[in-house]
Design a protein around this ligand. Sequence first.
Ligand SMILES: [Zn+2]
Length: 421
Amino acid sequence: MADDYVRRTAITRLSVDGAQRDLLEDTITEWKRGCQIATDLAWGRCNAKSDVQPLAYDPVREDTDLGSQHAILATHQAAQAITGCIERRSKGKKVSKPSFTAPTVKYDTRTMTLFDDDTVSLSTTESRVRCPLDLPDADDGYQRQYLDSDEWSATESTLTARDGEFFLHIGFRRYKNDTERNTAEDGTVLGVDLGIENLAVTSTAYFFSGRELTHDLREFEKVRAGLQQTGTRSAHRTLAQSSGRELRYVRDVLHRASKALIDEALRYDCDVIAFENLTHIRDRTDASWGHKWAFRTLYEQVEYKAEAVGISVKQVGSAYTSKRCSECGFTTDENRPSRNDFRCAKCGSEANADYNAAKNIGMRYVRRGQQSSRRTGESQLALKSGTATPKRGFTTYPDGFEAEFTDKPHPQRAKPSGRAK
Ligand SMILES: [Zn+2]
């Protein structure tokens, strides 16, 4: 929803007694009937809330046991369902009149009240019921960050019945802060490691080889060094011309690499691309001045191209990203038996060293978001076959998820030497 709010949903089971159960079930039944009555009246006639409500409100009130506010919400639900049909039809899809069979009922702030003692009061077809939220025992259930916050407030929510239990999907929203109005602060993060052997490796196991850049940089440096020694005026002119050509090769590689990184971020629906701190890359790698310049230029190109597609580019502190195990967090020099290989001395996990570092870099950005008081949202790290957060761990992509190529397939996509998660 494009507005000034960040929205989140917190799902919780409700503890209900027998009488409350009957009332809530009755409310769901009447809600489905109310939505259907409104839809039957408005179908083929109108779809705006402001038209459906005056048309259907009285019939819904007369024919169901819904209270006045729930009757209004039912007419809005009907309006929304019909609008959805019109949109699908405009895309050439077959549509039929909506029928309301799902065991749910909508709530808003006038029909639902959350209390500080973790109970909720819900309107029903008769009196309100007030029942406890059956939250996870641990205090760190993700619901807490919304329930206990002054920033987040409850908004439209949905009650669902399933196997004799009730689940409340509580909608929360808070105002976007100034930064968020311009950039995506939460969301999916692509971690990127830069280096010489591999120019760029992502947390989704995309490898951009560094061979071509190294070759072109060497040629460039050779031309430059040779001509600088000669020191004549014509040599200066040749330097300007040659380095123009050699430099163009270098820039071309960097452009392809930056484009490939943007494509990868788009394929995995990422909102943020995280690099390690650039100053540190230059200290860590025994990079030539040419490589140092190349890293900075690549970063700037990614930043520039990302802005055009609404992706933010960030740098994170890079301490230990190359020595830390991205699987278990164990950090030691011994995790790096050789330049290219990572093998965790604790959990035995093996991976390409740059790929392991890319995952650490992305996860560092995700963690940073959780620690900041201004950024209460949940970011997640994009991996090859799923996403990860520090709290939830690894979640595989839904069945059938295929990251779509935004462009032609990457010729440089190679299998990492370690297992790719
Ligand atoms: Zn490990």
